[in-house]
Design a protein around this ligand. Structure first.
Ligand code: FAD
Length: 463
């Protein structure tokens, strides 16, 4: 019988263990994506980016003679219906460590098995499956450096070559039309603007990696913290959709390191932060919804508010924060340094619950990754494992002087008529009522006062 290859966030032909196993079986393979309740709740930008990923991967499958089947509905019911239609006898997929996906997959696997269907899940999302990395005492890691030490000498295995042909089923099952799903609808005016920055698909991801190896990796350690520089790989967008495997990137970084590229080890360390985030999330599924340190439940976090709304719209009056929020809105990504500063401003200067910020990132990031997003927010807020101490409050002005010394990043997004500013006003919803000619907003909070207020709240929590 045929194999259903149930795709989720693994849109690549190379180093895709589930796909490789299906291809190697010699049986007919039916690739299918199900828009199910787990994906239906994703934010506007991830849903839009999903549509782009699906279109690109459908074309890639087409080139190897396979047709991507699109269906919408509850995963199990949809898979069972396809099995009934096609006579398929197996379902293969890549494990997804996102708690919502994991819960769904566990139930699907049990039900398929009960129905006599072969159900097999494969690795591929991370370098090292979370349960294979344990501390000396036998539990999960909570601190990054020992995690890094535990895995840095490990070989995640050689990447699998791209699959070049799939045996088609006798009759291809019907597919829904991608356009009918209107996955970009919630992007409002923003989709066209974000589309100019997105780099979609496996071939593009591999080209991005090559470019980074040629021009970026050597100077990575020095340039990676400068938001105005193209000093990082940009690969998070492709990793988020599985358009390239972490293992492919890991091996490329490793080769660069062996060849003496100065920034290569720093780069590998960053890549392993992504694995660490999934490690944390796999062991602590509430990483994205609860304070990791329960004592933080007593912190006077404020919920959503007009101030948070000004933060989302890039109207805080702290120029680096506003530039960062505009970058997010029009590119669907934000430089890592800027993410830390914008998140610190929201959680500390505005004393706003980190989950308010996490939700906005989940709405607007095309590299949205539930584990890295959750770890990043809890790290900045101080509530997370291995978090930066709360009292270390980023001063947006000091950070700007250090990491955007010539003001290029801020000007690009804030100066009247600058490309980033123009793109922002083109993308912003009309309901925001923004006036491109208006003077910069007055600061929402005096930086010193905001800092003092945050420290007082922290002292109260400690006391
Ligand atoms: P590079 O510097 O080229 O690094 C290579 C790869 O290493 C990245 O693609 C990424 O996979 C990984 N990596 C680098 N830094 C980190 C980090 N701090 N944490 C985890 N992995 C890292 N990253 C996401 O992919 N999705 C998110 O939703 C996300 N949300 C974040 C929220 C906050 C508040 C913070 C502080 C960070 C968040 N990050 C997130 C991590 C980081 O900002 C991005 O991974 C990074 O900016 C991606 O750019 P790059 O691909 O050019 O990275």
């Amino acid at each position: 019988g045929a194999i259903l290859l149930w795709l989720r966030r693994d849109f690549r032909l190379a180093d895709h263990p589930a796909l490789a196993a299906a291809a190697a079986s010699g049986r007919p393979v039916i690739p299918v994506f199900v828009l199910d309740p787990v994906a239906e709740v994703w934010g506007a930008a991830p849903r839009w980016r999903l549509g782009e990923a699906l279109a690109a991967f459908a074309a890639a499958l087409d080139r190897i003679g396979a047709r991507l089947v699109l269906r919408r509905g509850a995963a199990l019911d949809t898979l069972l219906a396809l099995i009934a239609e096609t006579g398929a006898t197996a379902v293969y997929w890549s494990r997804d460590l996102n708690p919502a996906a994991k819960a769904r997959d566990t139930a699907v696997k049990a039900a398929l098995k009960a129905a006599g269907v072969e159900a097999r899940s494969f690795p591929g999302q991370v370098l090292f499956d979370p349960w294979t990395v344990e501390t000396g005492q036998g539990g999960p890691y909570r601190v990054y450096t020992p995690f890094w030490k535990a895995v840095r000498g490990r070989d995640p295995g050689a990447p699998l070559p791209p699959v070049t042909a799939l045996r088609p089923p006798a009759t291809a099952p019907a597919s829904e039309a991608l356009a009918d799903w209107r996955l970009g609808a919630a992007m409002n005016r923003g989709a066209a603007v974000v589309a100019r920055h997105a780099q979609v698909g496996e071939a593009t991801a591999l080209a991005r990696l090559d470019r980074f190896l040629e021009t970026g990796i050597a100077g990575y350690a020095e340039r990676r913290d400068l938001p105005a520089e193209p000093g990082t790989s940009g690969l998070s967008e492709n990793l988020a959709w599985g358009e390239i495997s972490a293992r492919t990137i890991w091996h490329a970084g490793r080769r660069a390191m062996d060849a003496g590229a100065a920034g290569a080890e720093t780069f590998l360390k960053e890549l392993v932060w992504r694995d660490f985030a999934w490690h944390l999330m796999a062991h602590f599924p509430e990483l994205g919804s609860r304070n990791w340190r329960p004592e933080w439940d007593a912190f006077p976090w404020q919920g959503d508010s007009p101030a948070a709304e000004r933060w989302r719209r890039g109207q805080t009056g702290a120029p680096l924060v506003d530039a960062a929020m505009r970058e997010l809105f029009i590119t669907g990504t934000m430089h890592n340094r800027a993410r830390m500063i914008a998140a610190s401003y929201l959680t500390k200067h505005l004393l706003t619950d980190w989950r308010v910020g996490l939700a906005w990132f989940a709405e607007t990031l095309i590299d949205w990754d539930p584990a890295s997003n959750a770890m990043g927010w809890q790290w900045v807020a101080g509530s997370g494992p291995d978090a930066s101490p709360f009292f270390r409050i980023f001063n947006p002005e000091g950070q700007a002087a250090k990491f955007d010394p010539d003001g290029r990043y801020r000007q690009h997004y804030l100066a009247a008529g600058a490309p980033g500013a123009q793109a922002f006003f083109a993308a912003a919803p009309r309901s925001w009522n923004l006036d491109p000619a208006a003077p910069p907003p007055a600061p929402l909070v005096d930086l010193a006062e905001g800092r003092a207020r945050a420290l007082a709240a922290y002292q109260a929590l400690k006391g």
